[in-house]
Design a binder for this molecule. Sequence first.
Ligand SMILES: [Fe+2]
Length: 350
Amino acid sequence: MKQANANEESIKGMLDQQETLLIVDDEAVIRRMLHQKLSREGYQCEEADAAEQVLNTLATNPIALVILDIKMPGKSGIELLPEIKSGYPDTAVIMATAVNDINVAIQCLKQGADDYLCKPFNLEEVSLAVQRALEKRRLKLEIREYQQFLEEKVEEQTGEIRKIFLGAIEALVSALEAKDKYTGGHSRRVTEMALAIGSELGLSAQDMEDLRWGSLLHDIGKIAIDKVIQNKPDKLTREEYEHIMIHAHVGADIVQPVVDGKITEMIEHHHDHYDGSGLHQVIAGNDIPFGARILAVADAFDAMISNRPYRSAMSIPEAIDEIKRCAGTQFDPDVVTAFLKTKTAEMAMK
Ligand SMILES: [Fe+2]
């Protein structure tokens, strides 16, 4: 977004400022003649007699248009044209050529020159060609400015729609959890803990934002889980456990159309074990997305300190011991270290 604004400002700057022309010819008389004519018409003019001076002037001044002599000692105008066009695509170029070199001039048009003029110059023709080339340049800049404006608007509105959608899903998660006495507020608490761990790990602002959404939405897939199995007061059978665990994939599929891939992956892998021993796990260790490894610790901690239909809650110190015990097997040891530095863990260990 910032980039678009900077570009937009620079285009606006180019459109607003007085257009400076660069007259390039190895003959001083010709340069002077064009300079006089064009400055009388209100243009700011610079002169150059060879390639090096042209490139220096372009590097230090915003040049709107170059009148470029084809035949010059040293690097010719034909050789210089591609350099100007690649380095300064917003600068218009009019080639100046002797009448018997018109084929060369046409070749230059194919390589990006905006027009050509024949020598000896007819000053009125020069003036008209400059006006035409500058007008064409201005139109191109205006179109680009408008395109950037539209792109920015689309990006803004896409962001708004995404926010509304995610907000709606978040509300749905809260509603689902509120209905269940065992999971009420789980996603919010997991989010708080995941962010505390993320902050200990020094995550960037963007990674923290992804982690926030990943945590809030991590259990959305439970919408597809059989409530009888979810609330079963006894130990789950292998089939029942497998059924519950589909929530990670279902959740990833639900949010995938509207969130960044990082968030989807976080949800998909939040039950992966660091040592690869989780159910139907395909990746392990540091291949598991970092956000998912953080989420795994935060999620397990909150589950342990909450009552479940088949067991009562552990105390916080007991849960911390369990997390420590599983560092390197179920959990990433670096994430566990960061978890132990969070306020909740530190206070409980005092
Ligand atoms: Fe989960």
